[in-house]
Design a protein around this ligand. Structure first.
Ligand SMILES: *Cc1c(COP(=O)(O)O)cnc(C)c1O
Length: 330
């Protein structure tokens, strides 16, 4: 089985260190009191592009040759990977093409355009947008840097795991939002190298969790992509998944799924108690704790906050309790 190993993650860390923010670890007194264990928030939503995705994108683009950068990079995205690629491509004088489905929120699309990327909106799912990516790779020779199933992307996201074990040497549990599983695979690979007994738990939404469905089936499966507050966690893992499925299968100890109202409660808690603006996908670790869905909490628990690129009108509605929930919607 192929895995991204700690050597690749350490190399990624030295490669990207000076290009990314070293984001703070912040203890949460409120969550610690609720959970009866020390809860520490890893604030990856404070990266320049508003999500951790800049780690993988930076590692992947800096690993390309000059000739490859000149051909331009391309990917499908739910928004945050595209924004990170657009940002980093522009910084090194390359060019990004980002293909997205109509489910991607407009605030994310417009940021990617603002960063100078060639933006293409195709179809109603990641899988449809992926077909356009494959066409442009063949026709135009663009370099494919997919959002999760790529060793340089996984190694880049895994650098968060190195920072977690450095900051919290006795870490007992790590909560990680999961979509395609690049983030969880990378962090778990790093954390388990140094703390083999630490538990690594994935968190997704009930509405369209492709990795959870695939783990349950024992192989990558298709799930219907549905509208959710955790929009960055939507989309499939690829039926021909090469790395993240087997890594998550081997390295994740548990998996939690959340309802839309539980995710909304997480967004409200982050704002009211932690004084932070988080997008739905970014806050599912907190939401899982609030929902009482993480059993056996004892030692220090790291919660990775992954993104803050929420539409602010939607955020206001959720904070005011006015969000017309997607619960029950099909
Ligand atoms: C991409 C993303 C995730 C999930 O990352 P995967 O590597 O696809 O599992 C979680 N949160 C946010 C905010 C994201 O943008």
């Amino acid at each position: 089985m192929s895995m991204v190993d700690i050597g690749a993650i350490q190399d990624a860390h030295s490669r990207i260190k000076e290009h990314i923010n070293s984001t703070p670890f912040v203890g949460s007194p409120t969550l610690s009191a609720i959970c009866g264990a020390p809860i520490i928030l890893k604030s990856e939503h404070l990266q320049t592009t508003g999500s951790f995705k800049i780690r993988g994108a930076t590692n992947a683009i800096l690993s390309l040759s000059e000739a490859e950068r000149a051909r331009g990079v391309i990917a499908v995205s739910t928004g945050n990977h595209g924004r990170a690629l657009a940002h980093t491509a522009r910084a090194v004088g390359s060019k990004a093409t980002i293909c997205m489905s109509r489910l991607v929120p407009e605030n994310k699309v417009s940021e990617i355009r603002r960063l100078g990327a060639d933006v293409r909106i195709i179809g109603n799912s990641q899988d449809e947008a992926q077909e356009e990516v494959e066409r442009l790779v063949l026709d135009k020779g663009r370099i494919l840097l997919p959002p999760f199933d790529h060793s340089d992307i996984i190694a880049g996201q895994g650098t968060i795991g190195i920072e977690i074990v450095e900051a919290i040497p006795d870490v007992a549990t790590v909560l990680i939002p999961v979509s395609g599983g690049g983030l969880a695979a990378g962090i778990a690979a790093a954390v388990k190298t140094f703390r083999p007994h630490a538990r690594v738990i994935g968190v997704s939404m009930e509405r369209g969790a492709a990795m959870k469905a695939s783990l349950d089936a024992g192989q990558p499966v298709l799930v219907e992509e549905l509208r959710t507050l955790a929009d960055a966690l939507g989309g499939g893992i690829g039926l021909d998944n090469k790395l993240t499925f087997s890594m998550c299968q081997t390295l994740l100890d548990d998996f939690v799924l959340l309802s839309e109202s539980e995710i909304a409660a997480g967004i409200r808690h982050a704002y009211d108690k932690e004084r932070e603006i988080l997008e739905g996908s970014g806050v599912v670790g907190i939401a899982a704790l609030l929902a009482g869905k993480v059993a056996g909490l004892h030692g220090p628990t790291a919660v990775v906050l992954t993104g803050r690129n929420i539409d602010m009108e939607l955020h206001r509605r959720i904070i005011c309790g006015m969000n017309n929930s997607l619960e029950g919607e099909k």
